[in-house]
Design a protein around this ligand. Structure first.
Ligand code: ADP
Ligand code: MG
Ligand code: MG
Length: 895
């Protein structure tokens, strides 16, 4: 017994269909939507779709179609004939069809289509008689020969175009519509001899051969080079396969009452609720793609705005236009999203040939989602789910004007989004100086270090010739919201001569350069920009997102400016304030260095006392800006050597400035030098050894809380965070020290301050002993940058050398410093479980770079974090991602 063959062929037409929109996997997007359009009563030319399984069978069979398909197709052809009376092979009433490709995911233009199939030397005459239009019949025949020969027989379509062009030149015609029936008859003859010459055989006259040849060729086009490349680019699996749709032809080339066109139900670049599209009179779909004639606008309004005098469809064919408009509205309501539609008008009658979800700009996506929710087409929750958080980032930064002329000098990594123009400078101090003089500067460095941070802040953009997506420059620039292009290997910086050379152009200090941190381009001179224009829709969508969100979103902010940005973008607190950044400022680094050089506790205390008022003032400002929202302040974290000079010249300068001998400074540098500073005496380890630092910082925080504006004072909620904790005992020692200072200050000021002491969790050990640490810690914050480094045993600053190769060789899927690694996530999960087992209401956040990554935010929701914290500019992205994560994980609740 033969196995029962599955249903392979799905008919549609006349208000019915075997399949529906739910069958995308088997019928492809095009086939499924044709079926759906037919079901809801739209005018779709009848036809049938051969399922994607047949594509798999075709390739398994060594590029042969299974025999069982034939009877199914024959039956479907008979059914098609019942709609129009036209029959495949009937000379007097010939049925013409298109044979169309269509996969589960849209792959526009990547695979093949054959139109007007069913014509041979007899049926073309039949068509001419039946339509009483020889010109039309032979125009259609020549279109078919060219397309079939190209797609199925492999004759280059350019050869046909040459024949047509030569013929028109000879006869003095300019446009195809000028050609008459005799001209097309002559061209058909020439086309057929071309095929004979090229292939040594006649153009196929058997309609059956034509049909099966075309079906096989369209299945075959799944494996053409274009389609394969497109799939790679868009992560479409090779085994999905394409479906093939055979559909009754409708003719947009039947004279001036016929047309073909494309329409979006709304404007895909602005989101405006207006039909947007183009059409060609007396043409077939392929003519629009070929771009030989300039299409006309659809609406009267568009034609008035930029139609350069061309008549709109609305004016040329008002009835067909009105039907089109109705159908567009029906499709949008039915599919509940923007539709991108193909249509043809045959002798005044409108037919719908395709509909799919329309691609759109981020700006349009936002407007369409908000408008559709307003119109009741979708819910607010659906509107929130429709916006890609990663895309939202584009809206928050200036972008290059896409129409601007530009000389691109080189390309590097798009390390931090946004574009900026300014005078190029090669030194961080110079950047600060020029900024203070009112200049806009781009800081160009070979690579950056913590000493450059002030200069990076002063610059409008940063470029480095070395380093990767997680280099110091990239990470800091993203945190600050500065555009950054990193690792521009093709550019050469000469720091001595202060020049940048690329593509044979030399830029000197002060020359204007533009960088685009979204594409990685370095451009000579100024380029016009588009400023981010946050529409009211943005605010509306964010409000809806906030209503759905469970996790809080805080920002990492070290300065009052950062904190203000954070508030503007909707941050609900500061999740990480890195106090050491405050010490790099010019006036403070001296006191800082004195503190480091001090060899006695007293000397160290004296130097710290100088820093106290400055630090207190920093915190007062932050508390005032945050108006009672939580502010997490991390105690001093980096190894001390970062504040000391290392090159001989710099050592001499600093020694002189500080009035100490070069020898003494060198000795101190040597004492503090470590083999692996990132794994050395930093964070909690440093604070245990130098408790005076804790005293000063705790005092600055508590005093600031007391001194912050009267009305706020009771609401200020400092959260003091200890970095790089590995054991409960470390935390206890530091926590006791903080408590002691707090008691002293509270006594002096005769008041109390509600503060908490918590722990960074950024070492695998801390995750494992989270239960013990939670006995002392009042909150946790995962520092996923260090946790990633220590979990992999990998230094982020050195990873750039080989992470690229690791990605190429498939050892890693993505940069673990950008998207959280699963193993790091598992450690976090252990930390959460063990911490909350001891302290059920433990507040837990994340403050690493990952805190702004949508995928990581999804994970944080799953493991029940209380909040995420990210750079101020990522806050809207995080708010949206957190809302989407909450919708996807309804079971996760607050502790
Ligand atoms: P693609 O996926 O490349 O857009 P299509 O299968 O949609 O390929 O077809 C290409 C062009 O041919 C489109 O403009 C389409 O509207 C037109 N077309 C396809 N089938 C028919 C048909 N049955 N009648 C008229 N035009 C058709
Ligand atoms: Mg199409
Ligand atoms: Mg850390």
């Amino acid at each position: 017994m033969a196995e029962q063959t599955p249903k392979w062929v799905y008919s549609f037409g006349g208000g019915h269909a075997d399949g529906s929109a739910a069958d995308k996997d088997r019928l492809g997007g095009k086939g499924a939507h044709l079926a759906e359009m037919s079901r809801i009563g739209l005018p779709v030319p009848p036809g049938f779709t051969i399922a994607t399984d047949v594509c798999a069978a075709y390739y398994e069979n060594g590029r042969k179609l299974p025999d069982a398909l034939r009877p199914m197709v024959d039956e479907a052809l008979v059914q098609m004939a019942s709609f129009s009376g036209a029959q495949f092979g009937d000379v007097e009433h010939p049925l013409l069809v298109s044979v169309r490709s269509g996969a589960r995911a849209s792959m526009p233009g990547m695979m093949d289509t054959v139109l007007n199939l069913g014509l041979n030397d007899q049926t073309v005459e039949g068509l001419a008689r039946r339509t009483d239009d020889r010109r039309f019949a032979y125009d259609t025949y020549r279109r078919f020969i060219q397309m079939y020969a190209d797609v199925v027989l492999g004759v280059d379509h350019g050869l046909f175009e040459d024949i047509l062009e030569n013929y028109k030149a000879l006869k003095g015609y300019e446009l195809d519509p000028e050609l008459q029936a005799d001209d097309w008859i002559e061209i058909v003859a020439r086309f057929k001899s071309l095929v004979e010459k090229e292939l040594g055989l006649r153009f196929p006259q058997s309609l059956g051969d034509q049909l099966w040849g075309a079906i096989a060729a369209v299945f075959g086009s799944w494996q053409n080079a274009r389609a394969i490349a497109y799939r790679r680019l868009h992560d479409i699996p090779d085994d999905w396969g394409t479906a093939v749709t055979v559909q009754t032809m409708v003719f947009g080339n039947k004279g001036d009452n016929s047309a073909t066109g494309v329409v979006f139900t709304r404007n895909p670049s602005t989101g405006e609720n207006e039909l947007f599209g183009e059409f060609l009179l007396n043409a077939q779909g392929e003519d629009v793609v070929a771009g030989l004639r300039t299409p006309q606008p659809l609406t009267k309004q568009a034609s008035a705005a930029n139609g350069n005098g061309k008549l709109s469809l609305e004016e040329a064919m008002p009835e067909a236009f009105a039907t089109l408009k109705q159908n567009c509205a029906a499709l949008e309501r039915h599919f509940r999203d923007l539709q991108d539609i193909e249509f043809t008008i045959e002798a005044g009658e409108l037919f719908m040939l395709q509909t799919r979800t329309g691609k759109r700009s981020t700006q349009a996506a936002l407007k369409i989602a908000v408008d559709m929710a307003g119109e009741g087409i979708i819910t607010q929750e659906e509107a929130v789910m429709r916006i890609d958080p990663a895309q939202l980032d584009q809206l928050l930064h200036p972008t290059l004007d896409p129409n601007a002329d530009m000389t691109v000098l080189a390309k590097g990594l798009p390390a931090s989004p946004g574009a900026a123009s300014g005078e190029i400078v090669f030194d961080a101090d110079e950047a600060v100086h020029m900024k203070s003089q009112g200049h806009t500067v781009i800081l160009a460095r070979i690579e950056t270090s913590p000493e450059d941070v002030q200069g990076m802040h002063a610059a409008a953009g940063i470029l480095t010739t070395r380093g990767g997506m997680t280099s110091h420059a990239a990470v800091v620039a993203r945190g600050m919201g500065r555009p950054c292009v990193a690792g521009v290997a093709a550019a050469h910086i000469d720091l001595e001569r202060e020049t940048l050379e690329a593509a044979g152009v030399v830029l000197r200090k002060g020359d204007i350069v533009t960088i685009d941190g979204s594409s990685g381009k370095i451009i000579k001179g100024r380029v016009s920009m588009r400023q981010p224009d946050l529409s009211p829709d943005f605010a509306t969508l964010m409000e809806w997102a906030d209503g759905l969100r469970r996790m809080d979103v805080r920002a990492n902010a070290d300065t009052p400016a950062d904190a203000r940005h954070a508030r503007d973008f909707g941050a609900e607190g500061i999740g990480l304030c890195r106090t050491e950044h405050m010490f790099f400022q010019a006036n403070r680094i001296v006191a800082m260095r004195e503190m480091i050089l001090a060899e006695t506790k007293e000397a160290r205390r004296a130097a710290l006392a100088e820093l106290l008022p400055e630090q207190r003032q920093d915190f007062i400002e932050l508390f005032e800006i945050m108006k009672g929202l939580p502010v997490t302040i991390r105690l001093f974290d980096p190894p001390l050597h970062e504040f000391l000079p290392h090159e001989d010249d710099a050592i001499a300068d600093v020694a002189e400035a500080m009035g100490v001998s070069i020898e003494r400074l060198k000795r101190r540098v040597a004492v503090l030098s470590e083999f692996n500073p990132m794994l050395g005496q930093r964070g909690a380890r440093l604070l245990v050894s130098y408790p005076e630092i804790v005293d000063m910082q705790a005092r600055a925080i508590i005093e600031a809380a007391i001194e912050t504006g009267k009305e706020l004072h009771d609401r200020v909620r400092p959260e003091i965070m200890v970095p790089l904790v590995a054991t409960k005992r470390e935390l206890d020692i530091i926590k006791d020290r903080i408590a002691e200072t707090a008691r002293a200050v509270e006594k002096e000021r005769e008041t109390t301050v509600a503060f908490q002491v918590g722990s960074m969790v950024e070492l695998p050990r801390a995750c494992l002993v989270a239960g013990e640490i939670a006995e002392s810690a009042e909150f946790f914050s995962f520092g996923t940058n260090d946790l990633t480094q220590t979990t992999f045993g990998l230094s982020r600053d050195d990873a750039g050398r080989f992470l690229g190769e690791y990605a190429d060789k498939g050892i890693i899927n993505h940069d673990p410093f950008m998207t959280l690694d699963a193993a790091v996530g598992e450690l976090m999960q252990i930390g959460v479980e063990r911490g909350r087992a001891v302290r059920p209401d433990l507040k837990i956040g994340i403050c690493g770079e990952h805190g702004g990554d949508p995928e990581t935010i999804g994970f944080c929701e799953k493991i029940g974090l209380s909040y995420v914290s990210c750079s101020p500019y990522r806050v809207p992205v995080a708010r949206l991602a957190a809302a989407q994560a909450a919708v996807k994980n309804p079971a996760v609740t607050d502790r």
